[in-house]
Design a protein around this ligand. Sequence first.
Ligand SMILES: NC(=O)c1ccc[n+]([C@@H]2O[C@H](COP(=O)([O-])OP(=O)(O)OC[C@H]3O[C@@H](n4cnc5c(N)ncnc54)[C@H](O)[C@@H]3O)[C@@H](O)[C@H]2O)c1
Length: 353
Amino acid sequence: MTELHLWLRHEARTTERRTPIVPSDARRLVDSGVTLTVEESPQRIFPIEEYEAAGCRVAPAGSWVSAPADAVVLGLKELPDEPAQLQHRHIFFGHAFKRQPGAAELLGRFAAGGGALFDLEYLVDDSGRRLAAFGFWAGYLGAALAVLQHRGRLVAPLTPTVQEELDELLRPAAGDEEFTALVIGALGRSGRGARLAFHTAGLEPTCWDLAETRDLDRRALLDHDVMVNAVLAITPVPPFLREEDLDDPAGRLRTLCDVTCDVGSPLNVLPVYDRTTDWDEPARRLRKEPPLDLIAIDNLPSLLPLESSTGFSVSLLPQLLEFGVGGPWGRCLDRFHRACRELGIVEGESRHD
Ligand SMILES: NC(=O)c1ccc[n+]([C@@H]2O[C@H](COP(=O)([O-])OP(=O)(O)OC[C@H]3O[C@@H](n4cnc5c(N)ncnc54)[C@H](O)[C@@H]3O)[C@@H](O)[C@H]2O)c1
């Protein structure tokens, strides 16, 4: 492998405590000959001393802007608005390849500086399967919050916690009423997480995936008290629920958690709400009669920063060890160039191809 200099940046978003590489995996990178610079960060779940002890170099928060040109800057969420020109190669979730709001501005900054975006959402294997993802913990938290809401024990605002404490809240207590739960997308990462959370809560959910929704039985769906939607929709399918289904007086559904948060997207399978919920207002009453509460939080894994970072880092590590021009990273780079073309962004001379 050519010498790789990775630069783990501080996250600009103050509530983001996760990290794509945890100290134990940082040590593996360093031991493999990677130069790893880690920025100080007040909110990162792992203290900088642990990275230092793993052999990483330490740099001030935000100093990636003046990192050596060949450094590959690693993060999770959005970059700060400055500098206007991005000259480095960056690895993070850019949310910019599907013409999302701000996409043209972000890609334009890369084009202006000659840099490149390796979007983690598009780091996939030969069959298109994501190689590093937070889905498991998203599903786990989605189901956990749904159970707590259904049992009247969800306390706002939500704050980051650890699994042990969450599980303590989830375990059934004397007097808790039995209820039925449904997970759709049950065979995926998020679906598996949701099933585990239900299991911890003493429940065995009904599990549906592609086979069970092909000929959708909405009556059977509405026969559940709690539903967690954890699908990854790739092509449009008929909605799982429509407005009129919520009026059904025989329907039992009282708590709906939409892990996908695909509201507004053409692939949305739950066109029954128009805005997500958040940590301050995790559940919102969607219908008064029959009553239905909605949970649709788009940054669920950040609520378990330790566990979700650890899981993500384990998957990302082997990919970082293979960082190079071909394979998954090559596909990522191709996807970046394609997104620029689709938005009519003319890239200048690239510093990195
Ligand atoms: N809210 C959050 O914070 C958060 C965080 C991470 C991921 N997510 C979302 O979670 C969802 C699932 O992600 P994942 O990593 O588990 O994906 P995944 O690919 O591992 O699993 C998705 C599952 O959905 C199933 N599926 C697809 N279409 C279906 C349909 N029409 N009917 C039934 N099942 C269907 C697939 O067969 C698969 O088993 C995605 O929408 C993702 O964007 C949300």
